[in-house]
Every structure is written in C-alpha cells, then in structure tokens.
Design a protein. Sequence first.
Length: 186
Amino acid sequence: MGRGSTGSPTAPPEAPGAMRRRVDLLVREVLKFGAVGGVGVGVNLLVFNLVRQSTDLQVVRASIIATVVAIVFNYLGFRYFTYRDRDKSGRTREMSLFLLFSVVGLVIENGVLYTATYGFGWDSPLQSNIFKFLGIGLGTLFRFWSYRTWVFPVMPAETVLRAETFLEHEHPAAFRPADGGTAARR
C-alpha cells in the first residue's frame, strides 16, 4: 500500500470493472431487499388495518402486532431470497441479531406512530396509515443497514477466493469453457 499526500495509507487500486461489479451487486441487493420489504410493507399495513377494524385495540398495539407479523415474513424472505447466498452456519446468532435489529426497527416505526397519535392527536385512519408508513420507511433504512452489516454479512473476499481456488483444483473441468476455450481466443 502506498502513502497518500497526508501520509496515511492509500488503498491499492481496484482491478478494472471491480467497482462496476460492486455497484451492480449492491443494486441487486437493494432491489431484492426492496422486493421483500415491499411485500412486507403490504403485509404490515394489511394486518394493521385488519386488526384496527376488527378489534378494539389501541392504534399502536395494533401496529406492533402488524410489525411482528411483517418481521416474521421478512426474515423468511431475506434469508431464503435476498441473502440466500450468505453464510448460513451461525443461524442462532443470525436470528438473534435479526430479532434485536427488528425490535429496534419496531421501536423506530411505532415511535413515529405513537408521537403522531398521542403527541399531536393525529389518529384518524388516514393519519394513522400515513404515519405508520412514514415509520416503516425510517425503520427500513435502519434495518437495511443493520441486516446487511451485522445479520447477513458478505463473506470476506479472501474466503471466496480460497473457495474458488479449491474448487478449481478439485473440479478443473467445471472451470474450463464448454467450447474448449475457442470463444476466448476469438
């Protein structure tokens, strides 16, 4: 590693196209997270409104029930769709962290609704849905960061490289082009 003008170490230059691949991977992750999260928002709002209409529960209690149902739905979607390629060896740790960060997201989400309802008296069905949705948005920003950082982390690059090298040596035919390499020479 070289030294920059400030004397601090500089990162080695990335291979051409590496930055583009990283951006593409992040975009795909955001889209998958958004797909699961979007359906989760629908589940959350549907359960919230069903509980509000069919019971006498207070608005925030109905919201907490809806959020818990959405958390369960989202865990399954994230584990088996969005982050299915991530390490699965530490399920107890993963579920514990998911639950911890989901509870923080629940507090953020329902804190917004609580403040609107009990702090400002905005508790009509329309206002409740608007502030529920706003709270979901703020909670989602926190959840995206925490899930990808702590719950479903990317495997270190050296681990992936070691695995690829091992597979190349164990199954070399799997890494040869099907056309015998003629396409690469064209």
